[in-house]
Design a protein around this ligand. Structure first.
Ligand SMILES: [Zn+2]
Length: 118
């Protein structure tokens, strides 16, 4: 069992506060981080999966990365403007790149959070 750094009493490894002197042994958990869009970051997201989803369905990578509304908008826009070829093509490429970037940003924030709350 570990010891309290203040009074030297033995404490349980899971103890947040030393039962003998009341010293806080662990930092209180900080709030979950938020990304640039203000959405909560709750775990890791696979960049590869975002690209794969975006490859097969326009907007799906964005939806997976948390931008559900934008993903649906891109999908609908691509269906309506499929005859232009250029619009769906641009949204397809954008969706894969952006999905990747959003997941990467998400994971950076998540790792930072884990690091702060070890
Ligand atoms: Zn103590």
């Amino acid at each position: 069992m570990p010891y309290c750094p203040e009074c030297g009493a033995e404490v349980y490894a899971s103890a947040e506060i030393c039962p003998s002197c009341g010293t806080r042994l662990k930092k209180p958990h900080t709030e979950l981080p938020r990304n640039a869009h203000g959405d909560l970051v709750t775990g890791e997201k696979s960049e590869v999966l975002a690209v794969i989803l975006g490859f097969f369905i326009i907007g799906a990578g964005l939806m997976y990365a948390g931008r559900v509304g934008l993903g649906i908008f891109h999908l609908v826009l691509s269906i309506l403007l499929f005859w232009t070829i250029l619009v769906p093509l641009a949204l397809w490429i954008y969706g894969m790149l952006k999905g990747y970037e959003l997941c990467k940003e998400n994971n950076m924030l998540w790792l930072q959070y884990l690091e702060e709350n070890r």
